[in-house]
Design a protein around this ligand. Structure first.
Ligand SMILES: Cc1cc2nc3c(=O)[nH]c(=O)nc-3n(C[C@H](O)[C@H](O)[C@H](O)COP(=O)(O)OP(=O)(O)OC[C@H]3O[C@@H](n4cnc5c(N)ncnc54)[C@H](O)[C@@H]3O)c2cc1C
Length: 318
């Protein structure tokens, strides 16, 4: 069995090293080598990362047609790689781009794919892949035993683990012919991406429906400012038009991994937690002592966030 972790882009996105860690563990259970296929600019930093995360073989694809990482070019590069290398298990970090590319690749190769996976273990003639289903409300275990399988991993609940003794990976340059690729996807509008990104923030203060009004969101913004962090929101605030979708945390929003995540008036629905449960410390403010958010929080304040937030702002300013 061969296990290949695949990534592309100008840099390794959040969740990449967590995905590599999961792939390494599966390779070890399967007595297989871990390969890492890097496409494009991400290759520049990959050698050092590969050594730290126990990658045995670093396969690199560079081609001018991949400059914009168009879906069709990436899928063509991946499928040509599979034709040359015949890997058995391909693992992807399920970022926004992978949500489109991975199903396209599975269709192109005619092989099974599991999206939304978060755990993989060797089992009998194949492996068991655990994934979320129904928007995160339940889990399902798939047994994958086909000759070639694809898995897209949601990395929020995973931890990155470096190997004790880094060893440089063997590097291969893989040639692909993308001359005939014509992009069928055209980006007609992109979300505004000015300034720092929520995904990279070390401190996030998020507000939910418990704030009661768009005006009260100012308290969340003020606390985020005082703490030197960024502010965010749960989905109902986006749906109600209080905030732009670029501020939404969760399954259908941004996946954050801050050191500190303050959740004010947020219930802790699984779809929201999918975007913040990897935070090192969660502080929850909720007037309902039984709210689900307290299951995830290291520090919980049972109270009215309209009273608690001003106190926290004062304390942060002191
Ligand atoms: C497919 C799918 C995808 C989804 N994706 C996302 C996503 O990406 N992000 C997301 O956030 N949601 C997402 N949702 C919605 C999610 O299921 C929840 O409905 C949502 O997260 C709830 O937001 P909330 O906690 O702000 O509101 P509510 O569930 O209404 O909770 C409000 C909380 O505030 C508390 N509260 C009320 N007043 C106060 C007060 N004065 N002080 C303190 N606490 C108070 C209440 O006790 C309650 O716990 C998704 C749902 C589906 C089906």
């Amino acid at each position: 069995m061969s296990v290949v972790f695949c990534s592309w882009g100008d840099a390794l996105e959040g969740g990449g090293v967590e995905g590599l860690t999961l792939a390494r563990k599966l390779a070890a259970e399967s007595a297989a080598e871990l390969s890492w296929l890097v496409i494009g600019g991400v290759a520049a930093a990959a050698e050092e990362t590969a050594a730290r995360y126990g990658v045995a073989v670093l396969d690199v694809i560079s081609d001018a047609k991949l400059a914009a990482y168009g879906n069709d070019a990436v899928v063509a590069a991946l499928s040509q790689y599979c034709a040359q290398r015949a890997p058995q298990t391909l693992i992807f970090n399920q970022n926004t781009a992978a949500r489109t590319v991975v199903p396209l690749l599975a269709g192109r190769l005619g092989v099974p794919v599991v999206m939304n996976a978060f755990a993989v273990a060797k089992s009998g003639d194949g492996m068991d892949v655990t994934a979320t289903a129904f928007g995160g409300d339940t889990h399902v275990v798939y047994h994958m035993a086909a000759a070639v399988n694809i898995i897209a991993v949601v990395t929020t609940s995973l931890r990155a683990e470096e190997v004790a003794q880094p060893v440089p990976a063997r590097k291969n340059s893989i040639s692909v012919d993308l001359a005939a690729v014509a992009e069928r996807f055209r980006v007609v509008a992109s979300p505004k991406a000015e300034g720092p990104r929520l995904e990279d923030a070390e401190i996030v203060v998020a507000g939910g429906r418990g704030l009661g009004s768009a005006q009260n969101l100012d308290l969340v913004k003020q606390l985020a400012d005082q703490l030197g962090g960024m502010w965010a929101a749960s989905r109902p605030l986006v749906d109600d038009g209080w905030v732009d979708s670029s501020r939404q945390v969760g399954l259908t929003g941004k996946i954050t991994r801050p050191g500190l995540y303050v959740a004010a008036g947020i219930s802790g629905a699984s779809q929201h937690m999918a975007g913040c449960s990897a935070a090192k410390t969660i502080v929850a403010i909720n007037k309902d002592a039984d709210a689900a958010i307290f299951r995830y929080a290291r520090y919980g304040i049972v109270g009215d966030c309209l009273q608690v937030l001003p106190e926290l702002i004062k304390a942060a300013a002191a």
